[in-house]
Design a protein around this ligand. Sequence first.
Ligand code: HEM
Length: 427
Amino acid sequence: MVCQAERTADVGQSPAVRDLPAIDWWTMLADPVFLESPYPELARLRALAPVHHDPVSGVYFILGHREFARVSKSSAMGRDTRLWTGGWSSPEYAAEDPVGFRLYSQFQPQMINSDPPDHGRMRGVYEPAFHPQAVAALEPMIRAEADRLIAAMPDSGVIEMIDAFAGPLPLRVLRNLFDMPEAMDDDIARWSAALIKIGDIMMTPEQKHDALDALDTFKAVLRRHLAERRGCPHSGLIGRVLVAEETRVLDEEETLTNLVSMLVAGHETTVTLIGNGLLLLLQNPREMARLRADRGLMRTAIEEFLRVEPGGNMILRIAREDMEIGGWRIPAGAPVVGLIGAVNRDPLRFRNPDVLDIGRTANAHATFGGGIHFCVGAPLARLETQIAFDALLDRFSHMSVAGRAEWRLDRINARGLGSLPVQVGAA
Ligand code: HEM
């Protein structure tokens, strides 16, 4: 990423933002102390201003809820990363980081990185696979996978819940959605772990190579997988993809990249939601008891987990045209990053924002993004999490944290647990 300070310095800032203190943003965002407990610092920065600018990287950071809602929905703000001045698709970046350039170029042709009309063309292929009726049809499969994992657990003792439950469940659900054999679980897990780092500023050259390898290998596997199914009657996600290929709505690169992205977008995010949600309940026993007493609160509880511990910390936009917001004039071509941990706890939008209230209504969190890119897999993530928590609460009448829950400190664009040991007791 190339410094944009020259282009953006003194462009239309209001006096309120002109005097903001200088912040070493990327050092701060990667600091283990911040990663362990980011919310006090995010609250301090949001109180200073809802929108900040880092003159070193050129990034505009959005911390206010109202401002993020505007940015995420505005047609002036796109997602086509090729429009990013000095960004992942630029000649400057190609010269500075050829491996990163290859990685991002190969990962580019997909809906999350596209603006209209390409975005709508691609999204139209996948969205029906996540409509409420289609997702409801997946319920028996999700329940069966959750039950299998729960059945393998002891009745009492300490269980490492990320390894035993939160990790494998979303992987198995996606593998079923892809119509792939169980024997591929380990491979899929490995590719997912390598690919999830894409976009993280902490990504090392070695991790870029690993991600490129995973991308190439997974695409080759998917190419064979689709070829074997071509011409056979098929339904579900893969069936929709085959029809889109046959009717040339998608070309091969778009087909494969969107499918790879489905794994990246849908795996770790859901692991994180289940893990973070469970930790929140364990840390708030009264809310745990409330949910046990009234499972009707499950729907609002899950939205509250998503708000309080969003998992995905950063949502990207690229300015397609100049836009005035929060005292700044953001120029076309500039990267804009919503810091969701700050947006979701904005006291101007949420009462007692740091408090977990599983009955909270009108919970307009930003964890699934906004506008035309609003997470297409949200209905699946919500159903899966609901089934996961029902299964856990049915099986164990007692759960408490045993030892230290450990946040992963090796990434800055996602906040999830590496370890969550839980003491359980049977119902
Ligand atoms: C808790 C789980 C999940 C979270 C927190 C999450 C979050 C997000 C976010 C923040 C975006 C970008 C929104 C924006 O830019 O405004 C997104 C987009 C997307 N998500 Fe999810 N996601 C989750 C689960 C899933 C699942 C299960 C799938 C599919 C299996 C999925 C597939 C996608 C796709 C394909 C997009 C791109 C949509 C577009 O560009 O139109 N996600 N998700």
